[in-house]
Design a protein around this ligand. Sequence first.
Ligand code: SF4
Length: 469
Amino acid sequence: MGGFFGVASKRECRTDLFYGVDYNSHMGTRRAGLATYDSAEGRFCRSIHSLESTYFRTKFESELTKFKGHIGIGIISDTDPQPIIINSHLGKYAIVTVAKICNIEALERELIDSGVHFGELSSGTTNQTEMVALLINRGKTFVDGIENVFARIEGSCSMLILTENSVIAARDKLGRTPIVLGRKDGAYAVTSESTAFPNLDYEHVRDLGPGEIVEFDAEGERQLRAPGNEMQICSFLWAYYGFPTSSYEGRNVEEVRFAMGHEMGSKDETEVDCACGIPDSGVGMALGYAAGKGVPYHRCICKYTPTWPRSFTPSEKSMRNLVAKMKLIPNAAMLRGKRALFCDDSIVRGTQLNDNVQTLYDCGAREVHMRIASPPLVYGCRYIGFTSSKSDMELLTRRIIGELEGDPNANLEEYTRTDSPKYCAMVEKIRERFGLTSLKFNSIETLVKAIGLPKCQVCTHCFDGSSHF
Ligand code: SF4
């Protein structure tokens, strides 16, 4: 997905920018970038680093003093190198995006045919952020250009633009990804994750609405485009991506995870001795499950954090699996002889489950039960670049459906209906494959109820195939 932070301050902005971007580190794994505008020297300063071998702070700390000025933007990116800096009829500006553009090839062809060229090809393909900038440049104003982006792309796009005087923040037209506005004495800031605000002393002003555009400097903010009525915010923000202290649309991530677990625990008749969360995103749900079920919460698995920072997740699959395994350490003393129930955020490909369930039995667990916050992922994400589901056929559910039906695309609608015979057959096959004593997924209804927004405002495409472009 990715997360960004932008700031305009009466003081040098580099410290807030540095920590503000760092607090978005859990949102992406590939690259990070910062840009500031120094009005005294009349120039942008920019830097981009890979995050595949280390994490944000170590990459940027040593060069921080070179970022001068009172306005800046930065990003943790799951996609291309950014920010990119543009000189156009709208003026000079830097831009970062949290975006997924499904029709990028068609747009690229169209722009090239009209005489436009692309220059940011260092990752081998068209840079999504450059594509967004070129679409903006087709407008008479920034607002006009951003509306062109909203109209032309299939997928989603939230962005920050750093001009020579201000920061412009535009939330995706259907609000798939969030932007939160904050304020403190002498400064305004925007962030994908509201977690960035408390320790930097920003108070929450409001969440931008879907399609809303605001411009701000250190003195204040003004709305350039009113929000639309329709919203499709990603439900996976609460189940998987979000940091526990973040909130979107007024709903806190940890609260939602706890509520999901509580609802599940209070209805679950399975006899267990304890509940345990798979760190980090399974912990809130397991605490709720334990409270709802009336069993103790135990740390039967712990995450080794001193040398494995949260943001260090390499993009290469085999390395990622190794790191994921090495970070989690089972505690045999807490597992021995127990009927242990684990909560996790989702099952995507199932590769981690393969290794880990047997380890739990090897440590002496008598039974291993699994409860999953998200409903089964039956469709790949077309909207935010949820990295683990690039292709529908990579999903464990599709492979299982293929085995059950002889065709991974057969009867999908029935597999998304909780407790239908086909749904039960699919869940049972997954349970059997991983040697689990029992396996249950949250229903879409429980997920949406815990989020607390009307179903029509929440994207659940990867669970039920519902589509809004
Ligand atoms: S398809 Fe899934 S991951 Fe993608 S935006 Fe919708 S809910 Fe989020």
